[in-house]
Design a protein around this ligand. Structure first.
Ligand SMILES: [Zn+2]
Ligand SMILES: [Zn+2]
Length: 204
């Protein structure tokens, strides 16, 4: 099953950039019964970056499958590159991460797999500060989970369709019109105008 490792790739580019790969290949990751891995993998030890001092940058590429970011947020995958920049105030987290998660079509309610790009840009304060929402704890752990949860909820706010021309559900019998013609009397009038039509009908 899914495992975890945190490998420093030892590629030190000029200008104090280091990099690592964060995957779920390895050991010591909690698995839920549904196969999702626990969010411990999102707790990044940035002690080395704090010690390196302002101006140092660490890049981590993430490739994590089926992860439970929080109790209400499961991802099918999380991929992309994170840029961690040591600043005077702490560590600036930047990156565009692809997050895959299940949702339902706004018209027919069928399950839809979404791929959203989470654009991260957040300062984790060190030492903790009232000025920021997130901070690095005293052990040098930067926990990405609460930030990711927030971004995923924002990304999930807008509706999705299973396909652009999804026919939705029959207003009368609830049949999925992508799959069947239910035979209910055809009424192609926009429901917003139905009242108007009823009014007109009573006039005639
Ligand atoms: Zn649909
Ligand atoms: Zn119907």
């Amino acid at each position: 099953m899914h495992k975890f490792s945190y490998n420093f790739c030892n590629v030190f580019k000029p200008s104090a950039v280091s990099c690592s790969t964060l995957t779920a290949e390895g050991r010591d990751v909690k698995h839920y019964t549904n196969g999702y891995i626990g969010n411990r993998v999102l707790k990044l030890n940035v002690g080395f970056l704090l010690a390196a001092g302002p101006g140092h940058i660490h890049q981590t590429s993430l490739d994590i499958p089926v992860i439970r970011v929080s109790e209400d947020t499961d991802l099918e995958y999380l991929r992309g590159t994170l840029r961690l920049s040591r600043t005077q105030e702490g560590v600036l987290v930047q990156g565009d991460l692809h997050a895959g998660f299940e949702d339902v079509c706004a018209r027919c309610l069928e399950t839809v797999m979404r791929d959203e790009v989470l654009q991260l840009q957040e300062l984790y304060a060190h030492p903790p500060s009232d000025m920021t929402e997130f901070s690095i704890d005293e052990d040098g752990i930067l926990d990405l989970a609460p930030l990711l949860r927030e971004e995923i909820l924002i990304a999930a706010e807008h509706n999705v369709l299973c396909r652009e021309d999804c026919k939705g559900l029959c207003m009368d019998c609830g049949a999925n019109l992508n799959e069947e013609e239910c035979g209910c009397p055809e009424d192609d009038i926009d429901p917003r105008f139905a009242q108007l039509k009823a009014l007109r009908g009573s006039e005639e």
